[in-house]
Design a binder for this molecule. Structure first.
Ligand code: AMP
Ligand code: MG
Length: 338
């Protein structure tokens, strides 16, 4: 099967994509974070096909996307007041809240857990597709499992051509990193399980206590109990070997020069590139730009044949925490500190 590329501006295309979803098929869907693989979250077959297309481990749950937070009551068994407060401030938007699921959400969707991640995407096309489909949409990132997430329809095509019937092209994703995933320790405490575009500082505006789970910047050891299954898997990695280098610019330059080679590249901040004669890409000047660019750059490095990439360690304030979380995993936790 050839995968169709559908322009999101054409209403007939949207109707067609919604029909595919109602029939139990999978559609590549743009969101403001990254592209997702969308299917009816209640349909066990459709969800099984998502896991198959991605090669995703079956215990890694899928986030369920709704067009409005008021629909969350239909798929959950209870919602804390704090979740409503956060929804008022951040929904629609790049926030996923883990809530107890009800039996409309099958265990295959929740990776065997009794909870479900609920998100209301801000992207108009995503919300329109959910409305037209008339069902809750399970949508993990539309990459092959383990590979960097897709932030354009082209990236989805690179990974999914021949595996899904259609991709809706909604342009490049605005945020570039996935949603912030949170759970509730109690009615005043939020735990960040995956950092994203909504920062700890943002969450503190609405939640009295915000805990950053320690697994965000550290690996989990074999057999260790995790609060979110995604934490234990290798993630976001291109084929090239990624090494994060935590160093001031002059030290980074000497380190890179002493490790140079044909297929050795560096990925640095905007403005740094004047110090390198070749094999240098940049990924932004500030955290928001770095979030926007990081996955596209990692994919680009594979396309140009990079074998090793030394990446400048990002600032970890604000959105930077999400960028660092992705890079640390892409690097398999290999960090050189100078
Ligand atoms: P992705 O689908 O690629 O955006 O990844 C979704 C992330 O959310 C993964 O890290 C999952 O482990 C996490 N997640 C989804 N649902 C749950 C849940 N019910 N409990 C804990 N983590 C979840
Ligand atoms: Mg993913």
């Amino acid at each position: 099967m050839d995968t169709l590329l559908l322009n999101s501006n054409c209403y007939d295309n949207m109707i067609y994509a919604a029909k595919l979803i109602r029939n139990g098929d999978i559609v590549g869907m743009p969101t403001e974070t990254v592209y997702g693989l969308a299917a009816d979250a209640r349909n066990e077959n459709a969800v099984a096909n998502i896991f198959k297309a991605k090669g995703r481990p079956s215990d890694n749950p899928l986030i369920v996307h709704l067009s409005d937070f008021s629909e969350a009551v239909n798929y959950t068994s209870s919602i804390p007041d704090l979740a409503y407060k956060l929804a008022e401030k951040f929904c629609p938007g790049p926030l996923t809240m883990i809530l107890p699921k009800n039996n409309l959400i099958p265990y295959i969707t929740s990776g065997g857990l009794d909870t479900v991640g609920i998100r209301i995407p801000a992207h108009e096309t995503a919300r329109e597709l959910i409305r037209l489909s008339g069902c809750p949409i399970a949508a993990p990132s539309a990459n092959t499992s383990g590979y960097p997430s897709p932030t354009s329809a082209r990236h989805v095509m690179d990974d999914m051509n021949g595996k899904i019937p259609a991709i809706i092209d909604g342009g490049n994703c605005k945020c570039g990193v996935e949603s912030t995933v949170i759970s509730f320790d109690d009615n005043s405490t939020v735990r960040i399980l995956r950092p994203g575009f909504i920062t700890p500082e943002d969450l503190r505006l609405a939640a009295p206590n915000v805990i950053i789970d320690k697994a965000i910047l550290h690996g989990v050891s074999d057999g260790e109990k995790v609060t979110s299954p995604g934490m234990k898997y290798k993630h976001y990695s291109p084929s090239a070997k990624v090494v994060l280098v935590d160093a001031k610019l002059p030290d980074f330059i000497s380190f890179f020069n002493s490790h140079s080679g044909n297929n050795v590249y560096c990925l640095v901040f905007d403005g740094d590139e004047i110090n390198f004669s070749s094999n240098c890409l940049t990924y932004g000047a500030d955290s928001a730009a770095q979030a926007h660019n990081i996955f596209a750059r990692l994919r680009e490095l594979d396309k140009i044949g990079a074998e090793t990439v030394f990446v400048r360690f990002p600032d970890q304030k604000g959105i930077g925490l999400a960028v660092l979380n992705r890079l640390i995993r892409a690097a398999g936790f290999e960090v050189v500190k100078i």
